[in-house]
Ligand binder design. Structure first.
Ligand code: 9G3
Length: 581
């Protein structure tokens, strides 16, 4: 009789049995996978590469992706931001209108339609939302408003790598806000920031919201959400109280060196043969590197910019580009350029009589120095006792230096700690770049025509899945946070020929499947195989139905601990509801 009941149950239950799920686990790690999350998602049968940077999401990954998207949808609904979706296939004319087409050359997937019309696959959607939404807003009464999509993006990365961390086709949450005033944008930005923190918390990703570079179109300030992970390509600087966190590109630190006041000494030109580095120069002249001012010639937007910085600091080129408000990234002049422009090698470049320089910008550490060593604009010659204003001019002082670990943060003056991390989100106060260039205007309450004020917000959803695995795994298994785990309860039957174990396994499946996502491993596999696969599937709770089931005892194992505990069947329900709800 019991057997017929369990057959009936089979028929009635639409549960996932592991024997029908497609989970092609691998014993070996493919050699080209170096990131832990990439290895685990390949070994666990979550993803398969179709071509470089392009992946198939097999059932396990798809279940996780759908749960993450559901969390996003719930949190966007909580801040009254409706979901929509834009086409993937876009006319290039939109990007001509915004002026961005030439900027993103090789990274943009371009194609022609049958009539030869220039088209592209969307890498992001500022233009599309400005066109389709922005241009349909005519009055301040229609704002503030924001919309979002969860959509596949296409970017022809030069070096796709680390599995879903840097792909050429990936899922992004991207949202855009439209406002009549800065105050409305500030509120929208804060709402999004708050919602993002909740999304990451529910998805189980530890993130730091950090001060980030906005780039040329990104408006003035932006916040990145950085997930600490060894494989991360970014570095963030944080202090131990959490009152300061910034992408290293933007991080500031207090300069602890304070030069004493000195009498100005006479400028003197010195031969300094074979001093190619600051250290060699410092040794040769018996001066500390804080008395040497490095002069580096940069080519920025086709201009010759001489950058000065104290000998113990390094130039931060993101800060330099922002200080110069330059369109293109600054690049250091080549040796050939130096020989033709300065008629000196790298070590000989300096600010004294540097008529070739279109602009001289100095890091703040140069201000207040006396009697410094600078290149003489002649190979193997330096000036000593050079002084600002008397011997050379500086057009502008700015913070151009890269912060160093241990230096005091600018808020609480606590030592900066560096962490490698993965950028999983980025939110921008865009301003009016797109609405000006694409003419999306509105009538304000005074009847005056104004450009709409925009914000843009994004999460790399498939990248986030990898970040979750990077933060919740060991080399032999994943322990998914419960809200995104592909299954919450994994029932593993030790002996498929043992009817008693079969009856209890199916009973447990039936009991728990209406409240939880249950996976029953009903395969005819050895226990070792089942356990290794279970480690890769990473369900928060594992119930092992084995020999002691005749005494109403099963084993329960949490994915975050090694050992399992024996438990009577009737205490399971309470234990599980405590663990999972
Ligand atoms: C492109 C290509 C690659 C790009 C972009 C455009 C990055 C581009 C920045 C953003 C800004 C925000 C909305 C969601 C949050 C991020 N790579 N960015 O604009 F054409 Cl090929 O995407 N967009």
């Amino acid at each position: 009789m019991i057997y017929i009941v369990s057959l009936l149950n089979d028929y009635l239950e639409e549960n996932m049995r592991q024997s029908i799920l497609f989970i092609p686990t691998l014993k070996e790690v493919p050699s080209d996978a170096v990131a832990k999350s990439h290895q685990l998602m390949l070994r666990g049968g979550y993803i398969r590469q179709v071509t470089a940077g392009v992946y198939a999401y097999l059932p396990l990954a798809y279940l996780v992706l759908r749960k993450a998207e559901k969390i996003i949808e719930e949190e966007m609904e909580n801040i009254n931001v409706p979901e929509m979706i834009m086409p993937h296939f876009l006319p290039a004319t939109l990007w001509e209108e915004s002026g961005r087409l030439p900027k993103y050359g090789p990274e943009m997937f371009r194609l022609k339609d049958r009539h030869g019309r220039e088209s592209l696959l969307g890498p992001t959607h500022e233009e599309t939302f400005t066109e389709i939404i922005g241009k349909n807003i005519k009055s301040y009464k229609q704002m503030p408003i924001a919309l979002y999509q969860i959509q596949t993006k296409f970017r022809d990365e030069n070096r796709p790598r680390f599995g879903l961390l840097r792909g050429r086709e990936f899922v992004m949450l991207d949202g855009y806000s439209f406002a009549a005033t800065r105050e409305q944008l500030d509120k929208q930005f804060d709402d999004q920031k708050h919602a993002y923190k909740k999304i990451f918390k529910r998805c189980g990703v530890e993130v730091y919201p950090v001060i980030a570079n906005s780039g040329t179109m990104g408006g003035k300030n932006s916040t990145e959400f950085q997930a600490p992970a060894a494989i991360g390509e970014d570095v963030i600087a944080t202090n131990e109280t959490g009152t300061y966190s910034a992408n290293l590109e933007m991080a500031r630190s207090i300069d602890t060196f304070s030069p004493e006041k000195e009498e100005l000494k006479p400028l003197e030109k010195i031969a300094t043969p074979d001093c190619a580095t600051i250290e060699q120069l410092s040794e040769f002249l018996h001066v500390p590197n804080t008395r040497i001012v490095k002069s580096i010639l940069y080519i920025v937007d086709d201009k010759k910019v001489l950058v000065l910085i104290r000998g113990d600091k390094q130039v931060n080129e993101v800060k330099l580009q922002n200080a110069l408000d330059a369109d293109s990234e600054p690049r250091v002049a080549t040796n050939e350029e130096l020989l033709s422009i300065v008629k000196a090698t790298k070590g000989g470049v300096g600010p004294v009589k540097a008529a070739y320089a279109d602009y001289i910008i100095a890091d703040e550490t140069v201000k207040g120095l006396y009697n410094v060593v600078v290149g003489a604009n002649e190979s193997d010659y330096q000036y000593i006792n050079a002084n600002i204003d008397r011997d050379f001019k500086v057009n502008e002082f700015a913070d151009l230096r890269t912060a160093n670990a241990g230096e005091p943060d600018p808020v609480d003056h606590l030592p900066l700690k560096f962490t490698t991390s993965i950028e999983v989100g980025h939110i921008f106060k865009l301003g009016t770049y797109y609405t000006n260039s694409m003419n999306a205007k509105f009538l304000d309450q005074n009847g005056k025509t104004q450009p709409i004020i925009m914000g843009s917000y994004g999460i790399g959803v498939t990248r986030m899945l990898s970040a979750i695995v990077e933060q919740h795994s060991t080399d032999n298994g994943i322990f998914w946070p419960k809200e995104v785990a592909p299954f919450e309860i994994h029932i593993i039957q030790m002996n498929m020929k043992n009817d008693e174990q079969t009856v209890v396994s199916k009973k447990l499946e039936e009991i728990f499947s209406d409240k939880y996502d249950v996976l029953y491993d009903d395969r005819n596999e050895r226990p070792g195989v089942k356990f290794n696969d279970a480690d890769l599937i990473g369900a928060p709770i594992r119930i092992i139905v084995g020999r002691r089931v005749s005494e109403q005892i099963v084993e329960v194992k949490k994915s975050t601990v090694q050992e399992s505990v024996e438990m009577s069947l009737d205490s399971l329900t309470e234990y599980i509801s405590k663990e999972l709800r």
